[in-house]
Design a protein around this ligand. Structure first.
Ligand code: FAD
Length: 498
């Protein structure tokens, strides 16, 4: 599928709305990119900005960024959950740095776990654990670790057995159980061990101790163990900047438009139909399609449909996210970027303090806390009125010492559908049968996090988009090869382990 670069004049700005026919209707066929999140934009950037290949990006939201977008409310800026920029992929790192320049801040990470009214540093520090738990509990923790080393749980097929075998039952209870249950909404014993293996692959009790004693053999100065990058105006600034370069290079981004059908003939996508916010449906002929829409939605959009593949798609599930941001007209005197809540009495799973990421995220002298609530789209929380969600957030902060006497001056609720692909049940078999079917459609490339139904971070998502661009340009690359079996990017810092 090699598409030749076509000369376009740089700097030309295309209309953002579909109030004129897509380029394909008056020009040669474009590459259609579904979704203006990190993956879709990386593909369009590689094609349009770097190689002058015309793209039409179709995005159902009104702004760029997808899950990595930044929202603004009365001078406060916040992301959908914490979005830290970290990668070991040199090409992704260079792209990010090139796009952000001086606006790519370096943050010295400060994160903690809240458990039973105690804050523990995260990544874990064994001496601090001993100090805060006390001698008796610490001895019990050590004994339970030794027990699991001698008598591991078999088979090691669930999140809980995977973690308990590496940390012991007691540490698992203190640091992993409640938070994991909140994220997934099921007992961690029912979650596939794949998730633990992918997220906390290289972390174990013995590694934590070795790191503390300086025996892990890693140069901490250069390992990025305690630093990450962050755009000055929030994670979404990256996607907004990429989107503007893509438009400048002559391609189009159509916001507020949802892809509803993808027509396939003779093993190729020939056209894509999208519905605009005014209900009008538009069809566009395509050279190729890069899709970052959820994998199950992609399958359901394919025409003709294949019932057994649609059934596999219907079996995939996701967790959704309700983020409640409380704003305060005074500073908060803690330095955390985010805090994991591993206590069942507080309903929120995590709290994010974006003013600690960049001072441009809140007006001077003010601060905010975003509380993340993970839920299914069938849970009452998903449709609860904003005022009720604010009340839950207020109840939660009233249980935490440094927050309990604060009264917010404002609040904002944001709901994000399908934020975590669930590694439950027979999801592997379902994804492989979908992949087998999609591989028969030569000019369709699924990319990104829910585009591949894989727990991809931004860098993985960007990498899949870059690979899709290379594939379209005729290189022999596999978009599915990202984050498949690689040693997890954060084996040193394990920051996203939870
Ligand atoms: C709470 C949370 C915290 C995270 N923290 C980090 C972090 O610290 N570091 C990190 O690197 N990553 C993090 N991630 C992961 C990161 O958000 C994703 O990897 C990344 O945003 C995925 O990019 P994407 O382009 O694949 O998908 P998305 O960002 O989801 O973008 C897909 C886009 O497609 C659009 N779309 C969907 N369907 C259609 C359709 N039918 N038609 C048109 N448009 C459509 C959506 O509106 C969306 O804009 C986090 C994720 C979550 C949920």
């Amino acid at each position: 599928m090699a598409v030749k670069g076509k000369k376009t004049s740089r700097g030309k700005t295309s209309g953002k709305r579909a109030d004129k026919p897509p380029a394909s209707q008056c020009d040669s066929k474009p590459v259609v990119v579904i979704g203006a999140g990190p993956a879709g934009l990386a593909a369009a950037f590689g094609l349009s900005v770097k190689n002058n290949v015309k793209c039409v990006v179709i995005e159902k939201d009104s702004i760029a960024g997808g899950l990595s977008k930044t929202l603004e409310h009365n001078g406060f800026r916040f992301d959908i959950g914490p979005h830290r920029f970290f990668t070991k992929n040199k090409e992704v790192a260079a792209l990010w740095q090139d796009i952000m320049g001086d606006d790519f801040l370096v943050c010295k990470r400060c994160t903690r776990i809240y458990y039973d009214n105690i804050f523990f540093s995260y990544p874990l520090r064994p001496l601090e654990i001993v100090f805060k738990l006390g001698l008796v509990k610490s001895v019990l923790v050590a004994l339970s670790y030794i027990k699991r080393r001698l008598f591991p749980l078999v088979p090691e097929d669930s999140f809980s057995s995977w973690v308990r075998n590496r940390f012991g039952d007691r540490l698992y209870g203190i640091f992993f159980h409640d938070y994991t249950k909140k994220v997934w909404g099921v007992e961690p014993g029912n979650i596939s061990a794949d998730w633990a293996a992918q997220r906390i692959r290289a972390l174990s009790f013995s590694k934590v101790v070795k790191d503390m004693l300086g025996l892990s053999g890693v140069d901490k100065q250069t390992s990025l163990v305690s630093c990450f990058n962050y755009p000055r105006l929030g994670a979404g600034q990256m996607c907004e900047a990429m989107a503007s370069e893509i438009i400048k290079s002559g391609s189009e981004i159509i916001f507020g438009a949802e892809v509803v059908s993808i027509f396939v003939s003779d093993g190729r996508v020939c056209s894509v139909a999208f519905r605009q916010h005014d209900g009008q449906q538009i069809s566009v002929d395509v050279e190729a399609v890069v899709s970052s829409m959820p994998l199950d939605d992609l399958v359901r959009a394919l025409e003709p449909a294949k019932p057994e593949v649609t059934a596999a798609a219907d079996s995939l599930s996701y967790r959704s996210l309700v983020a409640v941001t409380l704003m305060f007209d005074k500073p908060l005197l803690v330095a955390d970027h985010w805090i994991y809540i591993n206590s069942s009495d507080v309903k929120a799973g995590r709290m994010n303090l974006f003013h600690n990421w960049s001072e441009s995220m809140a007006p001077e002298g003010s601060s905010s806390i975003e509380l993340e609530y993970f839920c299914n789209d069938t849970d009452p929380m998903w449709t609860a009125p904003d005022s009720e969600l604010k009340q839950s957030a207020m109840e939660d902060i009233s249980k935490i010492d440094f927050l309990k006497n604060l009264t917010p001056s404002d609040f904002k609720v944001v709901r994000y559908h399908k934020s975590y692909p669930c590694y439950f049940g027979k999801y592997r078999e379902a994804v492989s049968s979908i992949r087998a079917h999609l591989s028969t459609i030569v000019n369709l490339l699924p990319v990104g996090r829910y585009g591949q139904f894989r727990y991809n971070n931004m860098d993985h998502s960007v990498e899949t988009g870059m690979l899709a661009a290379k594939a379209i340009l005729g290189h022999k690359v596999d978009v599915w090869a990202v984050n498949e079996d690689a040693e997890y990017h954060e084996e040193v810092s394990d920051e996203n382990a939870l």
